[in-house]
Write a protein that binds this ligand. Structure first.
Ligand code: NAD
Length: 327
């Protein structure tokens, strides 16, 4: 039976991945961990407060819980990384190397996410191939590209079974995002459901590759379950789902909220977005391990708006009950 450690579990992807892994392997088999104290993580036990840069603490957790698989999600994301480039580099690289070292003999399998941020302005923008010119311009992209090279190195030199995906912008409704350039595509749904105006930090036609969280979780589990012999890529796989611009997501939301209003005030994130592809060619992932996304833009909007409306109504009625019991 696998015993799984998820690092950075309190983030946007981590909370959903932990839930999926626990329904697959059982609650006790999946240890959630984050640098945040447990009470801020919104996660159930088993939980360990852990700094992924602390190799000794990491080894102790892996050893004492007899961990067989690690999902290493902790990172500083693209927009936040530009605020403190040296810290972003330190965290993103040091933590990955700690995990890869554990992969040499202590754990059987490692998952580490890369990103479309590995691509840069010289990369072909449409249907960006698996192997192409990269030249990222953000510290986040540089750290992810270096990380990909390390993953391949550890696989080739030490036989580490490390697997990776170049996620596009991830869109979920359960957790607020952690400082990426595609965060607007989460925030816009919250504003629409709360019937507020939305000011977008990207320009209206800035098209980027995106993916609904359920598809991202499914891709991660499918890759981790795939036969090792079928995997031809040990740096990181391109995966594609949907590509859209702020204008297109706005139009999809307007089908639910016809009065919804959006303005556009591009900031420093526009330049980051402009250096990334419009769409991704994921033929290699489809061929090697059968990757196929389930959600298009309309299905994603229907689903997110339905869930957020439901969440908002529950909050309203529990506030009302509280007020009634107080009075
Ligand atoms: P997030 O910022 O929401 O979550 C990251 C988590 O890591 C946070 O809970 C944070 O507290 C934790 N963390 C930070 N420093 C830590 C440390 N030293 N030790 C342990 N935990 C630490 O990020 P996310 O959106 O969930 O992204 C998860 C992974 O997926 C990251 O590696 C990111 O680069 C990658 N990714 C995300 C997206 C996206 O759109 N969200 C796109 C491409 C790739």
């Amino acid at each position: 039976m696998e015993k799984v450690l998820v690092i950075g579990a309190g983030g946007q992807l981590g909370r959903e991945l932990v839930a999926a892994l626990r329904s697959k392997y059982g609650q006790e088999q999946v240890i959630a961990s984050d640098i945040k104290p447990w009470e801020d993580s919104h996660l159930d036990a088993p939980y360990v407060k852990l700094n992924a840069m602390d190799e000794k603490a990491l080894f102790e957790v892996v050893n004492s819980h007899e961990i067989t698989e690690i999902y290493h999600l902790a990172a500083i994301l693209s927009a936040k990384g530009e605020m403190d480039p040296l810290f972003a580099w330190d965290l993103n690289m040091k933590s990955l190397l700690n995990i890869l070292e554990l992969g040499k003999e202590h754990v059987k399998k490692v998952f580490w996410p890369s990103s479309i941020a590995v691509f840069g302005p010289d990369t072909p923008k449409d249907q960006t191939p698996q192997h192409t010119l990269m030249n990222p311009t953000t510290v986040y992209g540089i750290s992810k590209l270096a990380g990909e090279r390390w993953c391949e190195y550890y696989h080739q030199h030490y036989g580490v079974d490390v697997r990776s995906l170049r996620y596009p912008g991830l869109i979920g409704y359960k957790t607020l995002p952690g400082g990426g350039t595609t965060d607007y595509a989460v925030d816009i749904y919250y504003k629409a459901v709360q019937q507020e105006k939305f000011d977008c930090f990207l320009s209206e036609n800035m098209k980027l590759p995106m993916m609904y969280m359920d598809d991202a979780v499914k891709a991660t589990l499918d890759l981790m379950m795939a036969d090792a012999e079928k995997l031809s890529v040990r740096s990181s796989y391109n995966i594609n789902a949907i590509s859209f611009s702020p204008r297109e997501i706005y139009e999809s939301i307007r089908k639910h909220y016809s009065n919804f209003e959006v303005s556009y005030t591009p900031d420093y994130r526009e330049k980051i977005a402009d250096s990334w592809p419009n769409s991704i060619d994921d033929t290699v992932a489809r061929t090697d391990w059968g990757w196929k996304p389930a959600f298009d833009l309309e299905e994603m909007s229907d689903e997110i708006i339905w869930h957020l409306t439901d969440m908002l109504e529950s909050v309203k009625s529990s506030n009302e009950m509280q007020r009634n019991s107080d009075s």
